[in-house]
Design a protein around this ligand. Structure first.
Ligand code: FAD
Length: 409
C-alpha cells in the first residue's frame, strides 16, 4: 500500500475520474489515486434522476469505466475513504480511517452534497435526496410500494425525477417556492413549456408554495404541510433544492473559499500544489456576468479535469470553454449553451406547441445563451453565436427556417 501519490485526487465523480484518465492520456507517468467516500466504482451522476431512477439502466450501465480500465491505467481507487484534513505545507491528506497520504499535487474534485431542508419533519423516514447512487437505490426500493410522491423543488433534478416517476405510474406532486418551475436556470417561456408538459402527463405542479414542514405517521413521512393551504399527502418525499459545495476541508486548510473553492484559470487554489475542479470550483468564467462562477454540469467538470491534467503534465492550459448542459424529461431533450442569468431579452425560434423550439437569451443585444428543446441543430449551430456574444438580426434569429450557422455576429 502506497503512502505517497504524485497526483492525489479527492472525489471520483465526473471531475476526479476524468482528471485521472486525462493525466494518463497526457502521458503522466507518476502515481495516481482517486479517493472517494462512495464505495461504488466511479459512475455517471446524470442518470440518477433519469434512466437509473426509472430502472431503464442498471448500475453497470452507468459506470464511467469498468474496473479493468482503472487497473490497466495504473490508477489506484481508494473507495469508501473520506478525506478529512489537508496539511498544505506538509503536502499531506488525512483520511477518516486515520491513514495519511502525502502528495505531489492534490486535485480537489469533491463536488457537493444535497441541500437539506431544516423545517420540522425534515429527518423523517422516506424523505430522500437524489445525489448519490445510494440515495437512489434507497429511493427506488421505497418507491416500489408508494403511490403518491411529493417532490420539493422544481429545478432540473426535481423535474427529471417527476418525469421518471410518472413513467413508473406514480402520482407526483411538484412543489416549488418560486413563481415558476426552473426559475433559477431558464426563462419564462421554457418554464411555462415544462410546467405544461408535466401537467399534461398528470403531474400536479404547485408554484409559489411555502413548505412549512413535513408530518409523519408511524415514523415515516405522510404529508407536506404548506402555508395557508391543505397539506399534500405523500408516502415518499424527495427534496430537490440544490446542493452545497464540499469545500470545508480545503477551507480549514487555509484555501480561499466563497461559493466554492476559489481557483484561477489553471484551476489552482490559493494553496500550493492544490487544485480544485468541477461542482466545487469557484472559477473565472467569461460567460458569467460576475466574471466568476461555480457551475454544476458534466461539461464543466470534464473541461476542468482536462485543464488540470494539462497543467500537471507541464503543458500550457487555461479553462475557457463555453458552458453547456442537458436535461431529459419524458421524450424531451433540452440542451443549453451559455449562461442565461442576467438576460434582458428573449427570442423564441419555432413553436413550443410543436415541442421543437429554442429560446435565445440576449443581454444588451448580444446572444448570451440558448435553451434548445428537441432542437439539436440549433444547439450545434448556435454555439458560435454564444461564444462570440454575437449581435444578430433579431428577425432572422426568430425565424426557425434560417439556419443559425448562417448568422454572423
Ligand atoms: C441527479 C442529478 C442529475 C444531473 N443531471 C445532469 C445533466 O443532465 N447534465 C449535466 O451536465 N449535469 C447534470 N448533473 C450535474 C453533474 O452530475 C455534476 O455537475 C457532476 O457530477 C460534477 O462532477 P464533480 O466531479 O465535480 O462532482 P461529483 O460528481 O459530485 O463527485 C464528487 C465526488 O466526491 C466525493 N467526495 C466528496 N467529499 C469527499 C471527501 N471529503 N472525501 C472523499 N470523497 C469525497 C463525493 O461523494 C462524490 O462521489 C446532475 C446532477 C445530479 C445530482
Amino acid at each position: 500500500m502506497r503512502d505517497h501519490y504524485d497526483a492525489l485526487i479527492v472525489g471520483a465523480g465526473h471531475g476526479g475520474a476524468n482528471a485521472a484518465l486525462a493525466l494518463r492520456q497526457r502521458k503522466f507517468t507518476g502515481s495516481i489515486a482517486l479517493v472517494s467516500d462512495e464505495s461504488s466504482l466511479p459512475y455517471e451522476r446524470p442518470p440518477l434522476s433519469k434512466d437509473y431512477l426509472s430502472g431503464k439502466r442498471g448500475f453497470e450501465q452507468i459506470l464511467l469505466r469498468s474496473l479493468p480500465v482503472w487497473e490497466s491505467h495504473g490508477i489506484d481507487l481508494l473507495l469508501g475513504e473520506r478525506a478529512v484534513e489537508v496539511n498544505a505545507q506538509a503536502h499531506a491528506l488525512t483520511l477518516e480511517s486515520r491513514r495519511t497520504l502525502t502528495y505531489g499535487n492534490l486535485v480537489w474534485a469533491a463536488g457537493g452534497r444535497a441541500r437539506r431542508l431544516s423545517c420540522p419533519g425534515h429527518d423523517l423516514a422516506s424523505v430522500h435526496a437524489i445525489r448519490t447512487r445510494e440515495d437512489v437505490d434507497r429511493l427506488r426500493e421505497e418507491v416500489r410500494s408508494a403511490a403518491r410522491i411529493a417532490i420539493i423543488g422544481a429545478g432540473y433534478v426535481g423535474l427529471e425525477a417527476a418525469a421518471s416517476l410518472t413513467s413508473l405510474g406514480k402520482q407526483v406532486c411538484l412543489i416549488e417556492a418560486q413563481s415558476r418551475v426552473l426559475a433559477r436556470v431558464a426563462g419564462p417561456e421554457v418554464s411555462a413549456f415544462y410546467a405544461r408538459e408535466h401537467q399534461a402527463r398528470g403531474v400536479e405542479v404547485l408554484v409559489d408554495r411555502a413548505v412549512e414542514g413535513l408530518e409523519g405517521a408511524n415514523g415515516r413521512v405522510a404529508r407536506v404541510v404548506l402555508k395557508d393551504e391543505p397539506a399534500i399527502d405523500a408516502e415518499v418525499v424527495i427534496i430537490g433544492v440544490g446542493m452545497l459545495p464540499n469545500l470545508e476541508v480545503l477551507g480549514a486548510a487555509g484555501a480561499e473559499v466563497a461559493n466554492g473553492v476559489r481557483v484561477d484559470a489553471q484551476c489552482r487554489t490559493t494553496l500550493p500544489d492544490v487544485y480544485a475542479i468541477g461542482d466545487c470550483a469557484w472559477h473565472p468564467n467569461r460567460f458569467a456576468a460576475a466574471g466568476f462562477t461555480r457551475l454544476e454540469s458534466v461539461q464543466n467538470a470534464v473541461g476542468q479535469a482536462a485543464t488540470v491534467a494539462r497543467v500537471l503534465a507541464g503543458e500550457p492550459a487555461e479553462y475557457t470553454e463555453v458552458p453547456w448542459f442537458w436535461s431529459e424529461q419524458f421524450d424531451l431533450r433540452l440542451q443549453t449553451v451559455g449562461l442565461s442569468s442576467g438576460f434582458d431579452q428573449t427570442v423564441v425560434r419555432g413553436n413550443p406547441a410543436n415541442r421543437t423550439f429554442s429560446v435565445v437569451y440576449l443581454r444588451d443585444g448580444r446572444v448570451q445563451a440558448m435553451d434548445c428543446i428537441n432542437a439539436a441543430r440549433d444547439f450545434m449551430q448556435g454555439k458560435h453565436l454564444v461564444a462570440a456574444a454575437a449581435r444578430v438580426d433579431l428577425m432572422q434569429l426568430a425565424d426557425a427556417s434560417v439556419e443559425l450557422r448562417s448568422l454572423k455576429g
